[in-house]
Design a binder for this molecule. Sequence first.
Ligand SMILES: Nc1ncnc2c1ncn2[C@@H]1O[C@H](COP(=O)(O)OP(=O)(O)OP(=O)(O)O)[C@@H](O)[C@H]1O
Ligand SMILES: [Mg+2]
Length: 364
Amino acid sequence: MTKVIDVELRGIMKKFQSNVVVQDFNLQVEQGEFIAFLGPSGCGKTTTLNMIAGFLDPDGGDLLIKGQRMNRVPPYKRELGMVFQTYSLFPHMTVAENIAYGLKLRKVGKKEMQERVKRVLDLVKLPNVADRYPKQLSGGQRQRIAIARALVIEPSLLLLDEPLSNLDAKLRDELRDELKRLHQEIGVTTIFVTHDQEEALALSDRIVVLNHGFVEQIGTPLEIYNQPASEFVHTFIGKTNRMEGEVIGMDDNQITVRTTGGLLVQAAKQQRTFSPQQKVIVFVRPEKITLSDTVADTGANRVEGHLQLASFLGSYTECEVRVGEHTLSVKVQMTDKSAEREAGEAVYCQWNAEDVLIMPAERG
Ligand SMILES: Nc1ncnc2c1ncn2[C@@H]1O[C@H](COP(=O)(O)OP(=O)(O)OP(=O)(O)O)[C@@H](O)[C@H]1O
Ligand SMILES: [Mg+2]
């Protein structure tokens, strides 16, 4: 099957005055794909999205949509739907008028317009609000209307700039699931901007991780999570324990690292290759570490420590364990009886060699 490329960025660069904010951005978005741009505030997500939308012109490189060079083509000629971070509904128009706006511009007939407005309202599960004004809706409902308005023109590309970030946690989760369902249903090629790693992991076919205007990594959620290209990617995508150390032993299957705090950490074979005495950084995710009262004979890594802090967070307990000079963060699921621990106890931490990630200490 030949893949159809809907959007292509070739070495895109953008600067404001002398300040380069997006650099050498290369990406091919396949038809039907859901792509997330993920990165901290100011890393260039909105700027890149606005170049794809046509609100900004790139200062270098080429932007292609469906194979056509689009560098200076205005937004209205790009057939795209866009949802902005802040509610972008017209306050003086009803929901139906808001949604129909883009259809009016396109001179769609009245009957078809009514049908299409009804169809997208059903799609976002708000069939009964057509006659209300935006101020008569909740924040989550408004964002769903903004999504409906973007979808009604049947765009070939849907661009979403942090559409969920103004909502409270529960609503955000609900709307996130709904976005996923919508995408499964209509399959429109989507680029979604977020600084929330969970949103990116949950929704995307692939994630583009951005840092200071640079693409750090492009990959599936699993690749980004399990095979991070850099320390930045690994630490941005979730909580982790970080220890500095040195490679003191290796064979075909395992690498042994002695941390600066004197811990010996066994790691399974890595994607990268390392050499003896190399300075490295060792990472273990908090959810990969288990706590027990006795030394069990499972897990390649077993260390004794003292529980310093236990914060009950509902479905899990977040623990801090002092191990020599290191403080390890451990996430204990509620299904585990050790979730009921209290600070001050002596505990053993253990984790598997397969769950240890090693990176070279110096970048490159
Ligand atoms: N019109 C502008 N003029 C000058 N600098 C700008 C302009 N727009 C954005 N910038 C700068 O470009 C950089 C990238 O901004 P951008 O809005 O793309 O970030 P972002 O990744 O979307 O961040 P956030 O998560 O906070 O929305 C920032 O340093 C910002 O200050
Ligand atoms: Mg932004």
